[in-house]
Design a protein around this ligand. Structure first.
Ligand code: NAP
Length: 390
């Protein structure tokens, strides 16, 4: 329940955010207070004075762009004293991997009992999800305390989020194929490695320049790929640019219930995960996946990729690398969503009528304009094309 005391503490938090949060750049100004609330005295008979009922454990501020969030700042300093305490913070604790890990995890790990929040985080990656996760974990959450004042101190941040950036999504389809156009052996239960070890570093660099990596459902089920960046140096560079250490992972799958909770798609990576699926995914499966990924129902029998692209755009995604398989590739080309096609050619032949190929689907009408041919190893080449529609 909200109380006058919560409002008083929140005003102190807002003062803190205003005074000490000047160097946050494009980030919001956020302050946090950690207090211990002693609701009753031992025999419950005497009414306690205000000073006796609340004791301050610590203060935290988001001081600079990319630095620790206010909640994490105060929780780190409080250590074990945070157990059972109340956290007062002017913005909903984030639930997503941005430049820093999700704050909700830190709040839960610290054992905070009650959280008082002024306003929801309007960032689409959060938007109430942080509050929901805290409540689901049994934390009491009070919202809307001094909301108008909280919005006023972050007017610039809120205005920036509303700006509709016009840039469309730039999509690169990247495939590794044999000389006969196959991307795996027929009926293979896992990925057949086609790239040489020398290509791994290049692959890291390719992913590091992307906002998101997109894959088809069969690729998630058959290959169980990680889709992450392995180089800590490249991850640090991304964080300096204001991105999460790994690009967002996106899967397109008709029935998301087939994705295991223990799949590498869901369990690896310092990044957010998105799943675009259809109404064939049961409500139980959506609930099971909810805490692990942002799940969107876009279509009945097949994922509506244009709608999925609209949602990706609203979430700020502008550069996407589609890493297969052939069905997803074909659909992206058919819908005219591809800007570049990067084709890696392994010096091998697989044959096999049923082996998956780079494009697997309906007719496509695209033209390719050669940009570069690169030699990765003596035998392994990469060809880069720009794509236009006929
Ligand atoms: N060499 C490489 O570079 C490379 C890279 C990735 C994958 N692979 C290989 O490719 C194979 C998987 O490719 P794949 O063609 O079978 O499948 P895929 O492209 O990975 O996944 C496609 C599946 O996604 C679902 N889907 C739903 N809506 C869709 C939409 N609008 N557009 C496209 N897909 C949609 C469909 O599932 P439903 O059929 O359930 O409806 C479809 O079968 C694996 O063998 C993998 O090892 C190779």
């Amino acid at each position: 329940m909200r109380s006058a005391r919560d409002a008083e503490l929140m005003r102190e938090v807002l003062r803190l955010a205003l005074q000490k949060g000047e160097r946050v750049g494009h980030n919001p100004r956020v302050g946090a207070l950690l207090v211990r609330e002693n609701e009753k005295n031992e025999n419950g008979s005497r009414k306690l004075g205000k000073r006796e009922r609340i004791s301050e454990i610590g203060k935290g501020v988001h001081r600079r762009f990319g630095g620790p969030h206010a909640e994490v700042d105060v929780l780190r300093r409080a250590g074990s004293r945070a157990r059972g305490a109340t956290l007062v913070v002017n913005l909903e604790p984030c639930s997503h991997w941005g430049k820093t890990p999700p704050c909700v995890d830190a709040v839960l790990a610290a054992g905070v009992r009650r959280v008082v929040v002024a306003m929801k985080d309007p960032n689409p990656w959060v938007a109430g999800r942080g509050i929901r996760q805290l409540r689901e974990a049994g934390v009491e959450v009070v919202t809307g305390v001094e909301q108008a004042r909280a919005r006023a101190i972050n007017r610039a941040f809120l205005g920036r989020l509303q700006v509709r950036v016009k840039d469309p999504i730039h999509t690169i389809v990247k495939t590794v194929m044999t000389v006969d156009g196959k991307i795996n052996r027929a009926g293979a239960r896992s990925q057949t490695v086609l790239s040489p070890a020398a290509d791994l570093r290049r692959r890291d660099a390719e992913r590091a320049g992307m906002d998101a990596i997109l894959v088809g459902g069969n690729t998630v089920l058959v290959d169980d790929p990680r889709l992450v960046i392995r180089s800590p140096r490249l991850q640090r560079e991304r964080v300096r640019r204001g991105q999460s250490p790994d690009p967002v992972k996106i899967a397109v799958i008709t029935d998301a219930g087939k994705i295991s909770r223990t799949s590498r798609f869901l369990t690896t990576g310092k990044c957010e995960k998105m799943i675009f699926t259809t109404s064939q995914t049961s409500v139980a499966a959506r609930r099971r996946l909810g805490p692990l990924a942002h799940v969107f129902i876009v279509g009945r029998n097949r994922v509506d990729l244009k709608k999925a692209y609209g949602i990706m755009h609203a979430f700020g995604i502008r550069r996407v690398m589609a890493e297969g398989g052939g069905t997803l590739n074909a659909e992206l080309f058919r819908l005219g969503l591809v800007n570049e096609f990067w084709l890696k050619i392994a010096p091998r032949l697989f044959g096999g009528k049923n082996a998956p190929t780079i494009l697997n689907g309906a007719d496509i009408h695209s033209f390719l304009h050669l940009q570069r041919i690169e030699r990765v190893t003596k035998n392994f080449i990469m060809v880069k094309y720009k794509v236009s529609r006929s």
